[in-house]
Design a protein around this ligand. Structure first.
Ligand SMILES: [Zn+2]
Length: 150
């Protein structure tokens, strides 16, 4: 992974939450305490209409940051603030606990100071490259930001 990724930090907890649940979000969280980092991809179902509340959560577990993702569980846009393991999830993995803790905190409006949140400069909803400074700040392009307002 290149250092480029680490320029795109989101600070505001509401913006982080909106980004995570937007439907096509790739992001990295870094612990200031341990320097550990986890990269996630949170996507909605393919071939499903826009209204599905399910967001599948995968974690990067190999060297290829396009393909080496492991399924952890899912999030729900209508019940934010926790991870769901379901039948095929992996609730015992550290990465599961980390994102569960993150979405719980940001849902309460807290951005844990020991944790940094970075997107990959792609719109969290449609995956397009972000160029405008205000889009980079929130992780959503202008059109998608209007659709995913909170
Ligand atoms: Zn977009």
């Amino acid at each position: 992974m290149s250092c480029e990724v680490f320029k795109y930090q989101i600070i505001d907890p509401k913006s982080i939450e909106r980004f995570i649940y937007a439907g096509n979000a790739t992001f990295t969280i870094v612990s200031n305490k341990t320097s550990k980092r986890f990269t996630y991809r949170v996507t909605k179902m393919h071939n499903m209409n826009d209204t599905s509340s399910v967001r599948f959560v995968k974690m990067l577990t190999g060297p290829d940051n396009e393909t080496n993702y492991t399924y952890l569980g899912y999030l729900l846009t209508d019940h934010k603030g926790m991870m769901y393991a379901g039948k095929k999830g992996s609730p015992n993995l550290v990465g599961f606990k980390a994102i569960d803790w993150l979405v719980g905190n940001i849902h309460l409006g807290r951005n844990p100071e020991q944790l940094e949140f970075y997107h990959a400069n792609k719109c969290g909803a449609c995956g397009r490259l972000l160029t405008a400074p205000e889009s980079i700040e929130t992780g959503l392009g202008p059109i998608c930001a209007n659709k995913h307002h909170v």
